[in-house]
Ligand binder design. Structure first.
Ligand code: ATP
Length: 300
């Protein structure tokens, strides 16, 4: 029995490792092509997080040498605060998030968490401290329970329910005949974009990381699901250092800092009110989006 148990246990470990590798590549920001591998320094120490303040200092980056994407980007997110990044499609918003997760190394400048350059610490420890709610959540062909507990293997059932409650999914799962054991994914229950995103939120709540990356879904959700997701997102980002990539400005009006990126440069920075008063790029984006959403709403 023991002889059988050990190899199966080991296979389970490999299975989990492979799935982890797959999800690391796939889950973030719709990346389909595997990025160039970044390497740990020999004997890289673990990241030590006290509050989790995040700093970009004069960051420059290009995916291909002849096409720079980010130019001298500097900002600090104090521990526990939220910084939202807005800007036109292709401005480089998701690239900031990929760099913070260290999918790529910067070409110039540095990124640090609590004063430690993220290139100097082990990738594993860096990623343990960062939670991600991506635009498109990849679900495993497994149970709802597994998909959430993946955030923290070994979590108890009670902790999973608590995460579901906070992510506003508890009622939904309680109504399923097989509850947490319901199979999801290609061969199981199909979930809507909003439900999948709330699964990602529950996963992060369970992982409980000090630093959070939110890549807001671009897909339009109905007002009811949008409200529920916003409530859940507000809860998950409270007291965590959050880098929020915003595609719709209505979702980030309460962020402590908003940064406007244009062709890889910061062109404006401030609160929603300050940026509206400045009457610049942000105010223009705001007016455009207000007009677009007025056109989308049905006539009275
Ligand atoms: P959106 O709002 O449309 O998601 P974004 O501001 O998040 O856009 P990024 O995804 O950061 O934009 O992309 C910035 C630029 O980098 C774009 O011009 C894009 O084509 C380019 N880019 C993104 N990923 C890669 C990649 N893997 N290889 C090469 N170029 C890339």
């Amino acid at each position: 029995m023991i002889q059988l148990f050990i190899p199966l246990n080991f296979l389970g470990f490999i299975y989990r490792e492979i799935r982890e590798a797959l999800i690391n590549i796939e889950r973030l920001f719709g990346l389909l092509d595997a990025p160039v591998k970044v390497r740990d320094l020999p004997a890289a120490p673990e990241l030590e997080v006290s509050g989790g303040s995040v700093s970009f200092d004069d960051v420059a980056f290009a995916y291909q040498a002849d096409r720079p994407i980010l130019h001298g980007v500097s900002f600090t997110i104090p521990a526990g605060h939220t910084l939202a990044v807005v800007g036109a499609s292709g401005a480089g918003k998701s690239t900031l998030a990929r760099l913070l997760f260290r999918f790529y190394d910067v070409d110039g400048g540095s990124i640090s968490i609590d004063g430690q350059d993220i290139r100097s610490v082990s990738q594993e420890s860096l990623r343990q401290h960062i939670g991600v709610v991506p635009q498109d959540t990849v679900l495993f062909n497994d149970t709802i329970g597994f998909n959430i507990a993946y955030g923290r293997p070994g979590a108890s059932e009670e902790e999973i329910w608590q995460a579901l409650r906070m992510a506003q999914l508890e009622d939904f799962v309680r109504r399923l005949p097989q509850g947490l054991d319901t199979q999801v994914g290609e061969r199981g229950l199909k979930l809507s974009g909003g439900e999948k995103q709330r699964i990602a939120i529950a996963r992060v709540l369970l992982k409980n990381p000090p630093v959070l990356i939110l890549d807001e879904a671009t897909a339009s959700l109905d007002t009811h699901s949008e409200r529920r997701i916003l409530d859940a997102l507000n809860l998950v980002s409270a007291r965590r250092t959050t880098l929020a990539i915003a595609h719709r400005l209505s979702t980030i009006v309460h962020a402590e800092q908003i940064l406007v990126l244009d062709h890889g440069r910061i062109v404006e920075q401030g609160s929603h009110q300050q940026l509206l008063a400045a009457n610049g790029a942000y105010a223009r984006l705001w007016t455009e989006q207000q007009r677009a959403s007025d056109m989308d709403s049905p006539l009275p």
